[in-house]
Design a binder for this molecule. Sequence first.
Ligand code: PLP
Length: 392
Amino acid sequence: MLALGTTRSCIRELFEYGLRQAAVVGKENVYDFSLGNPSIPAPAAVNESIVAILRERDSLSVHGYTPAAGAADARAAVAADLTERFGMTIRPENLFFTAGAAPALISVVRALAVEGAEVVSIAPFFPEYRPFVEANGAKFVVVPADTKGGFQIRLAELERCLTPHTQAVIVNSPNNPSGVIYTRETLQKLAAALKAAAVRFGHPIYIIADEPYRELAYDETEVPFLPAIYPDTVICYSYSKSLSLPGERIGYVCVPDCAADSAEVYAAMAGAARTLGHVCAPSLQQLTVARCAAVRPDLEAYDRNRTVLYDALTSYGYECAKPNGAFYMFVKAPGGDAQAFSDRAKAKNLLLVPGGDFGCPDFFRVSTCVSPEMIQRSLPVFRAVIEEMAAR
Ligand code: PLP
């Protein structure tokens, strides 16, 4: 814990460096692509709902404790929305509200982390998975990235990572940091591999579907509903990105009835949440979700940023799988060493996250949830850095 608390996150460090540099060279001369903080406001319906809740309801009920798993109307609204969208019955009792995806993930991992457990993650992956898994005594196993196939899943490599100790595989699609959405075909193959391994080992292997970016898909790309492909799936959802509410801390765990030992998994997750103090998620936000469960974001601004950056960077010679989800691009570092490339860019106040912590040290992440004006100002710098590398 001391090591975790004293090691700085490279993303945070870059972001804070950007703030310091802005004071020196001017805000307009810093091109900060480090954070995954939404750059579009929450939909109007969200703010209107919050105002209406504060006006209409008595203060004690708005700000009081809810049941540990969440307010009945919030659970009912989300269950109805999921059932309608995905054609699988989700009951309010399948849902447990959390303060965002992070506590949802930690609670599910903790619930599944029996002694000797292994949890598999597919590179590139959200760096926090490692501490979430290791802090619960489980082994963190990494499937190497599919850098040549557009960041889908290397199934043969994944199969090699499965052992009798495998309890779960974390699947994050749309993906942070690649922005790629796993295709239905990829997920069907993954499901077949996990089903076969579960039979071989004589116990279920769960998919933990980490879905904060579920609603952020472009070009009408399908984001398949994983429980319909692989029943032993537990969903961790968040409104941080979909409704631009990262600071409000609201999300949920969904353990569908189709998952093996569903009731026990749900109870163990609730127990894990209890040991971590992750009960009774923020009440005002639960009430907001109760009214806004069917609200979806307007993605136009993110889509435009994605297109402008992808087109410009690839025209300068950068290599990148075209992202069709989330708000990130994962770009091959010219020269092959993303840390060195990121340092070179940083010297020009262009802040890019090297991919080492995501499990891909030869790629860097560009967050596309930024202002279009900053993108335009940054383009000559992106070009200058790659030209400089080519001239070496
Ligand atoms: N999972 C992924 C892939 C993320 O990118 C993030 C946040 O950036 C989280 C989980 C955590 O989300 P939350 O802010 O809802 O805890």
